[in-house]
Design a protein around this ligand. Structure first.
Ligand SMILES: [Fe+2]
Ligand SMILES: [Fe+2]
Length: 346
């Protein structure tokens, strides 16, 4: 829309805003991620401050010029737009609903601005001189600088009340904006300085080593816990604690196994001893059964001694040495069994 020289200030300020709002819509649509978020914040602030300035400067003027019905229509559109902006502010910029709602808002805002330019501006331009328009232009810029920057769809719609409450709400909004901007800058700096995530290859050799099954499992559990990207530190801690419990309970299980094994080994010698004792107890009985009662010789040994005595090649002392007996013992055996020994001088 061409701006005649005499109408410059108030209407020019409004038209510049309309052009800036359209450019911001285009910027939101053409960007993504953090850029889209920042563009939307700029659009939201511009739309809200612009409409608030219109409501406190332009609408009262229109009412005085007999354009109340036009003003009411524009006000209803502005209130609806503020509600949509509030809903959009609660959405993430990558939400598909955000794009749909943004497109609808853009169409509504363009239609609204077009109605202002065609129905309000000619009426104002026709009624006011250049100086008054210039003065109102200054008022408009001042109102924008003090206006709220965030949607308050449940706030007052009356221009008189807005004129009083707007600057107060604006101070609060701008303080929130400053905090929001600082947080965004800090997050951006952190992203820029964050080291590139290391590949998990460094962990693999440790997993392959796995000295024992239990140690391997517990190490893997702890590693998995540490690698979790959960944003809840308490949840991580509890998981780590569980993993730590696992580690502490496994050696206990091992101890039990060791104890069982120790018991097994300790019982074996006992069994052996018992068996040995039984065996030892049985053996003499067997030997006794094969010899005469009370004789320390086996039948085979007695028969051998008899053969050696009969052959006369060995002396009594030699026979005794062969069998680990005493000479007296051999003589007693010979007397008992009725065989003779070689005479002493042969
Ligand atoms: Fe408007
Ligand atoms: Fe406007």
């Amino acid at each position: 829309m061409a701006i005649p020289e005499a109408r410059a200030d108030l209407i020019d300020e409004i038209l510049k805003d309309h052009a800036a709002i359209q450019a911001l819509f285009a910027r939101v649509e053409s960007t993504s991620g953090q850029g889209k978020e920042e563009a939307f914040t700029a659009l939201r602030r511009k739309l809200i401050t612009h409409e608030n300035a219109e409501q406190t400067v332009v609408h009262p003027l229109l009412e005085r010029l007999g354009g109340k019905s036009v003003m009411d229509e524009r006000l209803a559109e502005e209130r609806k737009g503020e509600q949509v902006l509030a809903q959009l502010s609660d959405l993430r910029v990558d939400d598909p609903l955000f794009e749909t709602m943004l497109l609808q808002l853009k169409e509504d805002v363009v239609r609204h601005a077009s109605a202002e330019e065609s129905e309000e501006h000619p009426r104002i331009a026709a009624a006011l001189d250049m100086n008054r328009l210039a003065q109102l232009g200054n008022d408009f810029r001042a109102a924008e600088s003090l206006a709220p920057t965030r949607p308050h769809p449940r706030g007052p719609s009356s221009p008189a009340v807005k004129m009083i409450s707007g600057p107060v709400v604006g101070i609060v909004d701008r303080a929130r904006d400053a905090a929001e901007d600082a947080g965004r800058k800090q997050a951006s700096r952190k992203r820029a300085t964050r080291p590139a995530p290391q590949k998990s290859a460094a962990r693999r050799p440790a997993a392959r080593k796995a000295p024992t099954r239990a140690a391997s499992v517990t190490k893997t559990s702890v590693r998995r816990t540490a690698n979790k990207t959960s944003t809840r530190p308490t949840a991580r801690k509890s998981t780590v604690r569980r993993a730590a419990k696992k580690i502490s309970t496994r050696p206990a299980a091992k101890k039990t196994s060791v104890r069982r094994a120790a018991k097994k080994t300790s019982t074996r010698p006992a069994v052996r001893k018992t068996a040995a004792r039984r065996s030892a107890a049985r053996k003499p009985a067997t030997r006794r059964s094969r010899t005469k009662q009370g004789s320390p010789y086996t039948r085979a040994e007695i028969a051998q001694i008899k053969r050696e005595a009969r052959d006369r090649n060995l002396s009594t002392a030699q026979i005794a040495r062969r069998h680990g007996r005493t000479v007296g013992g051999i003589r007693s055996l010979a007397a008992k069994e009725g065989f003779s020994l070689r005479p002493k001088n042969r």
